[in-house]
Design a protein around this ligand. Structure first.
Ligand code: HEC
Ligand code: HEC
Ligand code: HEC
Ligand code: HEC
Ligand code: HEC
Ligand code: HEC
Length: 474
């Protein structure tokens, strides 16, 4: 109990202050209590994709940070601290809150600090609404389970020596047959000698073969004809494969796995091959792009640390301290003192059209609206890149609606031409085509040539000049 009047006044004041703080706190907690309740899911999704999706998933899976699935039940600090954590993680850590301390102890050593996000408290509310109730989570989870996971991916070594084995077996078989014939002859002679009859005449091996052939001339002719026909077919097929590179899949310096990235972790092709949308080339991502995630993801399920360590060697990164090596040029400045002499990763080129051919990705992907799979196959099931086979691509029409089925081997001129013959231009897709379409229609009367094109109301790439030699050849 307090003593004295002044103390009474003081305690009164303190009590009042405490009540006030309590009220304020209550109001505050009330104000943010709906951080987990109301909120615009759609707006939250856009914010999440723009700010958080590069590190977090909305499920429990880890990307470059813990997944945010179930965060509403897990978050153990106040709601203000949640907002503060997102706006300024290190600032929030200074509050000394127990939950945040546990978060830091658990994740910072592996993933580094979360970067501060420029989002308002309202944004956080919307993001949390989305994270708790992601409308697209169900179908995503479904396709996710369709992925060929790392553990299921077959390990295939490129070796095609079956032909050689076949030849060796054939030679071995001939040798055995000749030896057996010799043995057979000796045995016959031995039994003839025993019975006192005249021995077989001492003919040379080749004359005996000649005699045998003559005695069996019909069968030998038939077999010979068969081999000639067989050889002709093989030769024709072989000639048709000249310059065909379907199935080509060179080994790569890092055992990159497309399915892990594209399918299991849902990384878009664009994330790594964005220049396909902006230029002629699709390009191979630089090591910096890998580091966006591999700064945190240091171990893979198939190859452990060895393959990912090659990225670190190339760029100059020390995974134990989580920092770039001095002189690697990655610490925000470049200078002549950047002495780290890591070798860049030298990927082997898989697709390679001859120099006399012009091909532009942007034209096909952006203007033509084609899917990557139409030319590259089901990359989300691949390990390293390879030249897809046209038959495999044709199997994908159910999985990727809108694929154009073709028959000529990929990357040949016939393939380009066949697709230009089949692919229709969506005339409503751009003002440019619409304008041309109107001009064509206006000029139809009396113009046989144009009428021929417009009769079926379809315009293919061919009709726009997709068969002109100079469009594809320098
Ligand atoms: C650059 C990567 C990165 C980005 C971008 C990012 N975070 Fe984080 N986040 C992390 C990491 C890493 C952690 C784990 C703690 C640590 O290591 O700092 C984390 C932790 C969290 C946690 C705590 C998780 C738990 O289990 O309690 C929340 C909540 C969170 N982030 C929300 C967000 C939101 C919301 C956004 C987008 C506005 C976002 N983060 C953007 C990397 C990121
Ligand atoms: C968007 C994030 C992201 C990017 C970008 C990224 N990776 Fe990965 N990578 C991952 C994740 C997640 C894993 C899976 C770790 C696991 O097995 O759980 C992974 C796994 C790997 C593995 C290990 C495979 C295994 O099972 O052993 C290798 C090697 C690899 N990545 C190479 C690369 C290379 C090279 C690049 C750059 C061209 C790259 N990654 C870019 C997220 C990324
Ligand atoms: C119309 C067919 C077609 C489509 C659609 C297509 N590509 Fe290609 N792609 C090619 C051809 C042809 C080459 C070989 C180019 C060369 O050698 O000059 C190639 C090469 C590549 C390369 C090797 C690097 C390079 O630029 O040469 C990558 C990576 C690639 N494509 C990715 C993609 C991605 C990602 C998409 C979807 C956004 C895509 N491609 C869509 C036909 C296509
Ligand atoms: C995480 C980064 C990443 C993502 C995502 C990714 N790729 Fe790749 N891609 C690579 C790397 C690295 C290579 C070089 C190694 C190889 O050939 O596998 C490559 C190679 C390729 C090649 C062969 C390139 C050549 O040399 O001709 C093609 C084609 C390709 N990717 C298509 C795709 C398509 C289509 C997608 C989306 C379905 C995709 N990639 C998604 C990183 C990625
Ligand atoms: C899967 C179908 C497909 C394949 C395969 C294909 N193309 Fe195309 N190509 C298109 C489409 C669709 C367009 C039209 C884009 C547009 O609307 O302008 C086009 C347009 C072009 C153009 C511009 C034509 C013009 O009139 O301006 C060139 C050049 C071209 N392709 C070259 C190639 C080459 C070279 C190859 C083979 C290596 C190839 N294409 C393979 C579908 C294909
Ligand atoms: C749609 C694009 C396209 C058009 C149009 C086109 N070509 Fe080709 N052409 C190619 C491609 C791609 C190759 C490379 C094929 C390969 O490497 O197997 C090629 C190769 C060639 C070759 C080298 C021989 C070979 O098979 O490698 C000659 C010659 C040739 N084209 C002539 C022509 C002539 C003449 C025309 C016009 C009548 C023409 N091309 C129109 C895409 C085209």
């Amino acid at each position: 109990m307090r003593k004295g009047n002044s103390m009474v006044a003081y305690t009164g004041f303190r009590a009042f202050r405490n009540i006030l703080t309590a009220c304020l706190l209550l109001m505050a907690t009330h104000a943010v209590a709906d951080i987990w309740e109301e909120g615009d899911i759609e707006a939250g999704q856009a914010l999440f994709n723009a700010n958080c999706a590069s590190c977090h998933k909305v499920t429990n899976e880890v990307l470059a940070a813990p997944g945010l699935g179930g965060i509403a039940d897990r978050w153990g600090a106040t709601d203000e601290l949640l907002i503060q954590w997102i706006q300024n993680p290190q600032g929030a850590a200074e509050s000394g809150d127990k939950y945040i301390k546990s978060l830091v102890d658990r994740y910072v050593p592996t993933y580094g600090w979360m970067t501060a996000q420029a989002v308002s408290p309202d944004d956080v509310k919307n993001i949390m609404a989305y994270v708790q109730n992601p409308p697209d989570a169900a179908p995503v989870a479904d396709t996710g389970s369709d992925c060929v996971t790392v553990d299921e991916l077959p390990i295939v070594e490129n070796s095609d020596s079956s032909g050689v084995w076949f030849l060796m077996l054939l030679v071995l078989f001939l040798i055995i047959a000749m030896a057996a014939a010799g043995v057979n002859r000796s045995l016959t002679n031995a039994s003839l000698e025993k019975e006192g009859e005249t021995l077989l005449e001492d003919a040379t091996y080749s004359s005996r073969v000649r005699n045998w052939t003559w005695d069996n001339r019909v069968a030998v002719t038939l077999i010979g004809l068969f081999f000639v026909a067989y050889g002709a077919v093989l030769g024709y097929q072989g000639l048709m494969r000249v310059g065909v590179v379907e199935g080509y899949k060179p080994n790569q310096p890092v055992k990159f796995i497309h399915s892990v990235h594209v399918c299991e972790n849902e990384v878009d092709c664009k994330y790594c091959h964005h220049s396909a949308y902006e230029s002629k080339h699709a390009g191979i991502p630089s090591t910096n792009v890998c580091m966006n995630c591999h700064k945190a993801v240091k171990k893979g399920r198939r190859y452990g640390e060895t393959e990912i360590a090659k990225i670190y060697d190339a760029i100059g990164f020390d995974p134990t301290s989580g920092t770039y090596v001095d002189g690697s040029g990655q610490n925000g400045y470049t200078s002549p003192q950047d002495t780290y002499d890591g070798e860049p990763i030298r990927w082997n080129k898989v697709h390679n059209l001859p120099d006399h051919v012009f091909f532009s990705h942007q034209q096909h992907v952006v203007v033509g609206g084609l899917q990557c799979q139409n030319c590259h196959g089901d990359v989300e099931t691949y390990t390293v890149g390879r030249v897809a086979k046209v038959d495999d691509i044709n199997q994908l029409v159910d999985k990727y609606p809108g694929l154009i089925e073709l028959s000529k081997p990929t990357l040949t001129m016939g393939w380009c031409i066949e697709c230009h013959n089949k692919a229709e231009i969506d005339l409503a897709s751009s003002g440019y085509y619409e304008d041309i379409h109107h001009r064509l229609k206006d000029n139809l009367r009396g113009n046989e040539e144009l009428r021929k094109y417009m009769e079926d109301e379809k315009i293919t790439v061919k009709e726009l000049g997709g068969w002109e030699c100079a469009k594809c050849h320098y």
